[in-house]
Design a protein around this ligand. Structure first.
Ligand code: CAA
Length: 258
């Protein structure tokens, strides 16, 4: 494993965990942290021995946003070309399911990082928000696009235009989080969820993630065509045969690709 300074990357069986680790700045996403996060996640994504990735922070903060101090004096060119911004395109294309295990603050880029993941598991202490407006800017890691898709235009507009935070319960009601768990059970729940996903057929999991991604990006008719093709393609895999035979034989499937 590469030597990282802003994250901790580890594996246990088929589950990889990336812990954001800049406690002095509430895990603010500076260029170095984002580069390390994307490097580690890309490495895990390329490893067929890994079936799911968990991204988490500390009890106090998942991440308090992009690093304000780092970018305060930047101009247009630096923001377009440098810092943490350009790398996200690759992160958004990773094929392995990613679970955000959120405790404490998930603000600005932290909320946006959680929304780039496939599942958001929230501790009851989680607080989500897009406070960029209070800094004289707007969301920059996708918040103005993903938040309205997740919780609807009107609630997203209220959050983005005022900077108001929402707690875990409101976030769950609004559809921003998959599930709330007690804070001291967050990591164990995230690991159990990741292990469940990692025990499935990897080609099926990748195809399902792809189809879910298509639902965010495509009009319905195009997305349905995409799903039909992906569904038919699943019947070309050994794991589909094994999964269906195992059902008929009333036993657990032994997927080859997992
Ligand atoms: N960038 C840089 N440093 C940050 C930071 C950030 N986003 N968030 C917190 N820190 C630092 C603080 O400056 C402080 O450092 P010092 O001890 O050196 O002063 C340390 O982390 C602890 O923070 P606080 O003392 O402020 O802790 P608190 O408990 O009083 O408050 C908080 C917590 C409400 C989260 C507050 O820290 C805060 O408002 N942070 C900024 C949140 C924010 O505006 N995020 C959006 C950033 S812009 C963005 O993300 C753009 C985008 O879309 C990509």
């Amino acid at each position: 494993m590469d030597a990282y300074t802003c994250i901790i990357a580890e594996t246990r069986g088929r589950v990889a965990t990336i812990t954001l680790n800049r406690p002095e700045a509430l895990n603010a996403l500076n260029g170095a942290l984002v580069r390390e996060l994307i490097d580690a996640a890309t490495g895990f994504d390329a490893d067929p021995g890994i079936g799911a990735i968990v991204i988490t922070g500390s009890a106090k903060a998942f991440a308090a946003g992009a690093d304000i101090k780092e970018m305060a004096e930047h101009g247009y060119a630096e923001m377009l070309l440098g810092g943490p911004f350009p790398g996200w395109v690759g992160f958004e294309r990773l094929r392995t399911p990613i679970i955000a295990a959120v405790s404490g603050f998930a603000l600005g880029g932290g909320c946006e990082l959680a929304m780039m993941c496939d599942i958001i598991l929230a501790a009851d202490t989680a607080k989500f928000g897009q406070p960029e407006i209070t800094l004289g800017i707007l969301p920059g890691f996708g918040g103005s696009q993903r938040l309205p898709r997740a919780i609807g235009k009107y609630k997203a507009a209220e959050m983005i235009l005022t900077g108001r935070m929402m707690g875990a319960e409101e976030a769950e009601r609004a559809g921003l989080v998959s599930r709330i768990v007690p804070a001291d059970e967050l990591l164990a729940e995230a690991a159990a969820l990741a292990e469940t996903i990692a025990s499935k057929s990897l080609p099926a999991v990748i195809a399902a993630k792809d189809a879910l991604q298509a639902a965010q990006e495509m009009p319905l008719a195009e997305g349905l065509r995409f799903e039909r093709q992906a569904f038919a393609a699943a019947f070309a895999t050994e794991d589909q045969k094994e999964g269906m035979r195992a059902f008929a034989e009333k036993r657990a499937p032994e997927f080859r690709h997992r």
